[in-house]
Design a protein around this ligand. Structure first.
Ligand code: GDD
Ligand code: MN
Length: 361
């Protein structure tokens, strides 16, 4: 009877697949297994290569997703697509050793633990396969942050290599975020807290072929995710980003103003007009690139339309700001308080309007 499903998320891993299936087969001689490749429409023909392998070996299955990205969401979908009682997640690039699956399966099966994790940072493991010093430092930092924020007690909650009963995964799946790479962390933070974790020393090897897909966008999403867990209830991450960009915009405004008014000797009104446009353009650009990275406007006409819409939004926001500030000041509030209230109302207004009309769908 089918016992274990091994999910391999892939993004351009064509040349790694065939040798990995051989290693899995060699390691799992006494286990009835299947492999589920979840490919995000790789451009190197990974899905075709996987299907060719699957024709020759009916223990392989292929899910090809279109217009989708993300290691975590691919992992969740693959792990929910099996009838096997046990399920493992593993990188397809040979950095994880399939031989470890045998001990991991035995431990979960025997009830030693509910989730078996391949850990680089537990006694006997190693992170030598991380491509650089920076990457290793980043990995340790991410681990520390993750432990602090979620309270999970383990050495490597960022590991992409674990095995569990598939029912545990299905129970948690509706609440998993599916964003970025941090599937295990999400699982631990979401799942029934009584699930017991055991770590197995993993010698994190070097990638066989191709290159890592963990880029700065993935790292940024990770930080946003941690923020959301800790402060998202109070101030949503998107609004926090919007506000931070707005504060940077004030600096841009003042810089341009100083340049034109103090140094170039322009009139104050004209200098203010230029400074205002510079700040709005800056804010529009950074928000489009960062705050609304998932809804980014692209192409000249979309960008011009977005920029005009953003300027119009800001104009209304500025009116709201002036109205609130003058009203409060006239009612006897301290002028600094009145100004801050105006800024807050103006920003909320800008945020609400621009997320609906500039970046809304
Ligand atoms: N389907 C799909 N979609 N697969 C993806 C995607 C995606 O968007 N991004 C990456 N993958 C696949 C890769 O093809 C590979 O099989 C696996 O996920 C891991 O990706 P790598 O790009 O090799 O990640 P890494 O080696 O830099 O990161 C590893 O170490 C991290 C900790 O340092 C992974 O194990 C991470 O899970 C882990 O957090
Ligand atoms: Mn890798």
């Amino acid at each position: 009877m089918l016992e274990l499903a091994i999910v391999l998320p892939t993004l351009n891993e064509r040349d790694n697949l065939a040798p990995l299936i051989e290693r899995i087969d060699a390691a799992l001689r006494d286990v009835s297994w299947e492999v589920i490749v979840v490919d995000d429409d790789s451009t190197d023909g990974t899905a075709d290569a996987a299907r060719a392998l699957a024709l020759a070996d009916n223990r392989l299955r292929v899910i090809q997703r279109f217009k989708r990205r993300g290691l975590a969401s691919a992992a969740i979908e693959g792990m929910c697509a099996t009838a096997a009682p046990f399920v493992a997640l593993m990188d397809a690039d040979h950095q994880h050793d399939p031989a470890l699956l045998v001990q991991m399966l035995a431990a979960v099966k025997a009830g030693d633990c509910d989730i078996a994790v391949g850990s680089r940072f537990v006694e006997g493991g190693s992170a030598a396969g991380l491509s650089s010093q920076t990457r290793e430092k980043g990995s340790r930092l991410a681990n520390r942050l993750a432990r602090r924020v979620t309270g999970v007690e383990m050495t490597d909650p960022m590991s992409g290599f674990f095995l569990t009963r598939s029912e545990h995964l299905r129970a948690a799946a509706p609440r998993l975020s599916g964003i970025g790479f941090k599937i295990l962390l999400d699982l631990l933070a979401t799942a029934n807290p009584s699930l017991r974790v055991k770590e197995f020393p993993l010698q994190f090897a070097e990638r066989l072929s191709g290159e890592s897909k963990l880029d700065s966008a993935v790292a940024f999403e990770f930080l946003v995710g941690l923020y959301d867990r800790s402060f998202g209830r109070f101030v949503p991450s998107r609004f926090a980003l919007f506000g931070t960009v707005g504060a940077a915009g004030v600096v841009v405004h003042l810089a341009v103003l100083t340049l034109l008014y103090r140094f170039a000797g322009e009139g104050f009104a004209l200098a203010t007009v230029f400074a205002t446009f510079a700040a709005m353009t800056f804010n529009f650009w950074v928000n489009n690139w960062l705050t609304y990275r998932d809804q980014r406007l692209a192409g000249l006409s979309a960008i011009v339309r977005g920029w005009l819409g953003f300027c119009a939004t800001c104009a209304i926001g500025a009116l709201a700001n002036v109205a609130v500030a003058t009203l409060l000041q006239a009612r006897g509030f301290h002028w600094v308080l009145a100004a801050l209230a105006g800024i807050l109302i103006g920003s909320v207004w800008n945020y609400a309007l621009s997320s609906r009309f500039v970046w809304g769908r």
